[in-house]
Design a protein around this ligand. Structure first.
Ligand code: IPE
Ligand code: IPE
Ligand code: MG
Length: 240
């Protein structure tokens, strides 16, 4: 007999979940489709999962959409991802209808200008939303984020406006400066690494891995991840 799996308790949700949306390419390959079809399916699934997170009352969700390293991919693939992003952003009025407040994190200045404008419009358009706070990590790298913070600190120190440097000094200058660190980081697709995602913020995050490829990742998989998280004992270096 298998012990019955405990259901997730929606009254004790993690405050912040991070998801590395990986496995689009393999999903497409399995179906003999081009990689762009995998990204399209992944993008569709992202909308479904974000909506579900909002429905269950999650406060913060950060999704990894494009890393600082993903520019290495063939230009055609990068273009297909940027086009999906354009479609998503043009549909941005949905954020408002759904009460989701969106923020893009990463080195956005390196993105095509029309995308930067659409990002600005999406953020402005959803700024009064009171539901899920959704961070979309785009041209994001954890190391790059820390470098940006360190540059700011060096400048402020030189100006004399900053006298002491401690952990909080860095936490205050990263993209998620006003948000709690992720409690739970989920990576589907069978890879067991962070790939430069939320390096500073994940110091005490719980990790949950699954072999499911991102386009197949369902709300029930998220429930399972949350239920497992709820059984974890977070000690933060203390005892018991
Ligand atoms: C994740 O899926 C999407 C991005 C990195 C943009 P992948 O494209 O990495 O899919 P796999 O890992 O090749 O299957
Ligand atoms: C991480 O996936 C980045 C995103 C999901 C956006 P990758 O597919 O780029 O990671 P690696 O190359 O397998 O480490
Ligand atoms: Mg991948």
């Amino acid at each position: 007999m298998f012990a019955k799996r405990k259901k997730m308790d929606s009254t004790r949700l993690p405050a912040h979940i991070g998801i590395i949306m990986d496995g689009n390419g393999r999903w497409a390959k399995k179906r003999a489709l081009p990689r762009s079809a995998g990204h399209s399916a992944g993008s569709k699934n992202f909308k479904q999962i974000a909506r579900y997170c909002n429905q269950i009352g999650l406060q913060y969700l950060t999704v990894y959409a494009f890393s600082t390293e993903n520019w290495k991919r063939p230009q055609k693939e990068v273009e297909s991802i940027m086009n999906l992003l354009r479609d998503y952003l043009k549909d941005a009025k949905n954020f408002k209808d759904e009460n989701i407040k969106v923020r893009f994190i990463g080195d956005l200045k390196a993105l095509p200008e029309d995308i930067q404008t659409l990002i600005q419009e999406a953020e402005d358009g959803s700024k009064d939303a009171t539901g899920l706070r959704l961070n979309i990590a785009l041209n994001y790298g954890g190391r790059d984020e820390i470098v940006h913070a360190v540059r700011k600190i060096a400048q402020e120190y030189k100006d004399g406006s900053l006298l002491k440097i401690n952990e909080q000094t860095i936490s205050d200058r990263i993209y998620t400066f006003d948000q709690p660190d992720p409690d739970l980081i989920i990576r589907p697709s069978g890879e067991y690494r962070l790939s430069n995602f939320l390096l500073w913020q994940s110091a005490y995050s719980e990790f949950w891995f699954s072999n499911v490829l991102w386009p197949d990742f369902k709300p029930s998989d998220l429930d399972r991840a949350i239920a497992d998280y709820q059984k974890r004992d977070r000690r933060y270096g203390d005892i018991q």
